[in-house]
Design a protein around this ligand. Structure first.
Ligand SMILES: *Cc1c(COP(=O)(O)O)cnc(C)c1O
Length: 392
């Protein structure tokens, strides 16, 4: 299916990347398991081009191509490349654009493993990273150097939920020839329209809302015609790959992502507003709330919010008190990742080097799932009561 201006995003979610006419009329594409792909003639073997044909399992199966086509259509990019994890989408994208002696700018609130990659891998290959204040906006001009090849943005910030002015950062980066890579996991291809906001490369932990069911690891890089080949070649050099079953799960998740996100947002707002009434909660870090410092930018640049937000408490609790709260939760489970249908809770600890991050007390991150909000409120209320009792 080709992109049509008059087709809505919900329609693209349901129809993108599907070609039943090529497959007995069956609605979903099959899962092709493949390593070897054979050629019937020497002439065809010689003519194989991995950018156009199915040539080898590592270079992508038809299942992977369906997913890539669908996600690119939904986000409004020209191409997408599926990889093994969200982190792999970040590392594959960044490393496509730099060489020894180059410089990159990374938001101080970026996902911690992104920082790990820059500090431990990019540094080893002679690429220097400067971390910048996520709220810098157009002021990033002052940090851009002649050798700055990449500006990495992520909004809202991991754990701390600052909203970045991505259009202003993109304009400044482009004026100096740098490429903007945006980690759009929170925004998703639906709620942050990367390519209308000046982003060149949008990377996603598809593990989160695209897969949506906590059962597969997957990353997706969406980009424009201009940058596609460079990233595709880098994907190939590093031996990146996305497993066919996981691509299938990503496609299946994508079909319902719109309705799931609407409910995650509604449930999250209900929870956030309830939390604001609690005396021990000093801040709810959720840009969809009108009194959040990032609300105006969020309203300008985002089409919606997902189910992930933070909150701070009035005290820094030790693990004995925090354990009394968290160990007894019945619906909010403790675990990494988010974006599945179920609710999660974790204590946070933002790592900063360019800025400082202060809070009145313990930082908690909630992922609000699709359970009924009344049941989630009851679970949290009981947890906060256990915390108060344990803290004395
Ligand atoms: C989870 C996450 C990633 C990494 O995704 P994985 O699939 O776990 O590798 C990247 N960026 C953000 C913002 C994330 O939350």
């Amino acid at each position: 299916m080709t992109k049509k201006d008059n087709v809505h995003l919900e329609t693209l979610l349901a129809s993108g990347g599907r070609h039943p006419e090529d497959n007995y009329g069956i609605v979903n594409p099959p899962v092709y398991h493949a390593s070897t792909v054979t050629s019937p003639t020497l002439a065809e073997w010689r003519a194989r081009d991995f950018t156009k044909h199915i040539t080898y399992g590592r270079m992508g199966t038809p299942t992977q191509k369906s997913l890539e086509e669908a996600v690119a259509l939904v986000e409004g990019g020209d191409h997408a490349i599926a990889v093994s994890s969200g982190l792999a989408s970040i590392t594959t994208a960044i490393s496509a654009f730099v060489e020894s002696g180059d410089h990159i700018l990374v938001s101080d609130s970026a996902y911690f493993p992104t920082r790990n990659f820059c500090n431990n891998v990019m540094a080893k290959y002679g690429v220097e990273t400067t971390y910048y204040d996520p709220l810098i906006g157009g002021g990033i001009s002052e940090l851009l150097q002649d050798n700055t090849k990449v500006v990495l943005t992520e909004a809202p910030g991991s754990q701390t939920f600052e909203v970045q002015d991505i259009p202003a950062i993109s304009a400044a980066a482009h004026a100096r020839g740098a490429v903007v890579i945006n980690d759009n996991t929170w925004g998703t291809p639906l709620y942050f329209r990367s390519f209308e906001k000046g982003v060149d490369v949008s990377v996603h932990a598809a593990t989160k809302y695209i897969v949506g069911h906590s059962d597969a690891m997957l990353g997706i890089i969406v980009t424009t015609e201009e940058h596609y080949e460079k990233i595709l070649m880098n994907f190939r050099y590093w031996g990146q790959h996305a497993a066919p079953d996981d691509c299938y799960l990503g496609l299946r998740g994508l079909r319902t992502m719109g309705v799931r996100l609407r409910q995650h947002q509604e449930n999250a707002l209900t929870m956030a507003n309830w939390l604001k009434t609690r005396p021990e909660v000093t801040r709810v870090l959720f840009p969809a709330l009108p009194d959040d410092p990032g609300h105006e930018l969020w309203k300008r640049d985002f089409e919606g919010a997902c189910g992930l937000f933070g909150l701070t408490l009035d005290k820094h609790h030790d693990d004995t008190a925090l354990g009394a709260m968290l160990d007894g939760m019945e619906l909010f489970a403790m675990g990494a990742s988010w974006g599945g249908y179920e609710s999660l809770i974790l204590p946070g600890k933002p790592i900063r080097t360019a800025t400082t991050w202060e809070s009145t007390g313990t930082l908690l991150r909630l992922h609000v799932g699709l359970e009924h909000p009344d049941d989630l409120i009851a679970d949290l209320e009981a947890g906060l009561d256990r915390l108060a009792a344990a803290a004395g």
